[in-house]
Design a protein around this ligand. Structure first.
Ligand code: F7E
Length: 322
C-alpha cells in the first residue's frame, strides 16, 4: 500500500527536501500551501508535478480539516511557521498565531479527521535560548529569548500534550539550525554565502551584519529531514534533538565563506546595529546522542563542507540569473 504524507510548509527549505525524500520512498505527497498571487515554487520546481497541492493556512482550522480529509495521510509533517526570529519581534502576534496556535489547529484537524495519522512537529533549538546547560539535550529546560522561541515552546508542549491526552503518535524534533542552498537569503548562512559570491563577482561592495560572536550548531537540512522521517517510523512516539554536536561563531562562518572565494572578509563586512537583535541567543550546541542511538540517524555533511557548498551554489545561481 502506498503511504500518504501531508507536509505543511512544503515550499520552504525543509519541506522541499522532505518531499524529495518521501517521493524517493514511494509516498504519495500532499503539500499544504498558502495561496499567493505569485506562487513561491523555487525550492520545489523540480518535483512540483509529483505533489498534490492543497490551499490552506495554519491559522484557518477549517482549511486544515479539509486538507486532512483530502490527503487522508498516514503521516503529517508540520513544518509551516513564521520562522524568521528577527521578524518575530516585529510581528509577535502573527508569530504566535502561526507558530504556536497553528500547531494546535493542525493537531485538532488530525485528531478530528484522522487520529491514527502519525504527526511530526518542527520544534527548534531556539527554545533553549539563554541556555541553562551545555550541550543542550531533550531534558534541558527551555528559556526562549524571542517571540519565535516562545511560540515554539508552546508548539512543542501542545504536541506532547496531544500525545499524552489522546494517545496520538505525535513526535517533536528539536532541530538545531540547518541550512542549504535552498535557505532564504534573510538567514545568516545564506546572507553570507550570497554576499561572498556577489562581492566576488563585483555585484556588491559590502556586507552589513549584526552580532558576529553568536555561536550556532549548524547542520545540513538534507540530513535533518531524514531524522524527521525516522521519528515517525519508530514503535513509539518520542522527542529528539537533532544537531551536529559542533558549534561555530558567525565570524567563522563569514571567514570560511569569504576564504572560499579568495577574499578577506575584514575588507567587506560592516557591523550594522539594525541587524542586532533585542535579545540574543549567544550559544547553541546540541547533544544528539539519543537520535543516533535510537533512530540510527547519521549526518553526512559537516560545517565547512556545508558553507562551501552554499557559496558554490550561489556563485552558479548568480552567474546564471544575476
Ligand atoms: O541567525 C546572527 C543572529 O537568522 C543566526 C531559524 O531557522 O534556526 C534559525 O534561527 C545567528 C543569530 O537563525 C546577522 O543574531 C548576525 O545569532 O540565521 P539566523 P536563528 O535566529 O538562529 C533556528 C533553529 C530556528 O528554528 C529558526 O526558525 O546569526 N546574525 N548577523 C545574523 N542573523 C541574520 N539573520 N542576519 C544578520 O545580518
Amino acid at each position: 500500500m502506498t503511504k500518504r504524507a501531508l507536509i505543511t510548509g512544503i515550499t520552504g527549505q525543509d519541506g522541499s527536501y522532505l518531499a524529495e525524500l518521501l517521493l524517493s520512498k514511494g509516498y504519495k505527497v500532499y503539500g499544504l500551501k498558502r495561496r499567493t498571487s505569485v506562487p513561491i515554487m523555487e525550492n520545489i520546481q523540480q518535483i512540483k508535478n509529483e505533489i498534490e497541492f492543497i490551499d490552506g493556512d495554519l491559522q484557518d482550522l477549517s482549511s486544515l480539516i479539509r486538507a486532512v480529509q483530502v490527503a487522508a495521510p498516514d503521516e503529517v509533517y508540520n513544518l509551516a511557521a513564521q520562522s524568521f526570529v528577527a521578524t518575530s519581534w516585529e510581528q509577535p502576534v502573527l508569530t504566535a498565531q502561526a507558530t504556536a496556535v497553528g500547531v494546535t489547529n493542525m493537531l485538532e484537524a488530525v485528531r478530528i479527521v484522522k487520529p491514527d495519522a502519525r504527526f511530526y512537529q518542527a520544534s527548534s533549538s531556539e527554545m533553549f535560548g539563554k541556555v541553562v546547560e551545555t550541550p543542550q539535550k531533550e531534558t534541558t529546560p527551555f528559556y526562549p529569548r524571542s517571540p519565535y522561541g516562545v511560540a515554539k515552546v508552546y508548539g512543542h508542549w501542545i504536541t506532547i500534550n496531544y500525545r499524552e491526552s489522546f494517545d496520538m503518535f505525535a513526535c517533536s524534533g528539536i532541530l538545531f539550525n540547518h541550512e542549504s542552498p535552498r535557505r532564504g537569503v534573510e538567514f545568516v548562512t545564506r546572507k553570507v554565502t550570497d554576499a561572498a559570491a556577489r562581492i566576488k563577482l563585483g555585484l556588491q561592495n559590502e556586507l552589513r551584519m549584526g552580532n558576529l560572536d553568536a555561536k550556532r550548531d549548524w547542520g545540513f537540512a538534507g540530513d535533518y529531514v531524514k531524522a524527521m522521517w525516522l521519528m515517525l517510523q519508530q514503535d513509539k512516539p518520542d522527542d529528539y534533538v537533532i544537531s551536529t554536536g559542533e558549534t561555530h561563531t558567525v565570524e567563522e562562518l563569514v571567514e570560511i565563506a569569504f576564504n572560499h572565494v579568495g577574499l578577506n572578509w575584514r575588507d567587506y563586512v560592516v557591523i550594522d546595529p539594525k541587524f542586532v537583535r533585542p535579545a540574543e541567543v549567544d550559544l547553541l550546541l546540541g547533544d544528539c546522542t539519543k537520535a543516533k542511538e535510537q533512530l540510527g540517524w547519521e549526518l553526512e555533511v559537516g560545517f565547512e563542507q556545508l558553507v562551501k557548498m552554499m557559496v558554490d551554489s550561489d556563485m552558479e545561481k548568480i552567474k546564471k540569473n544575476g
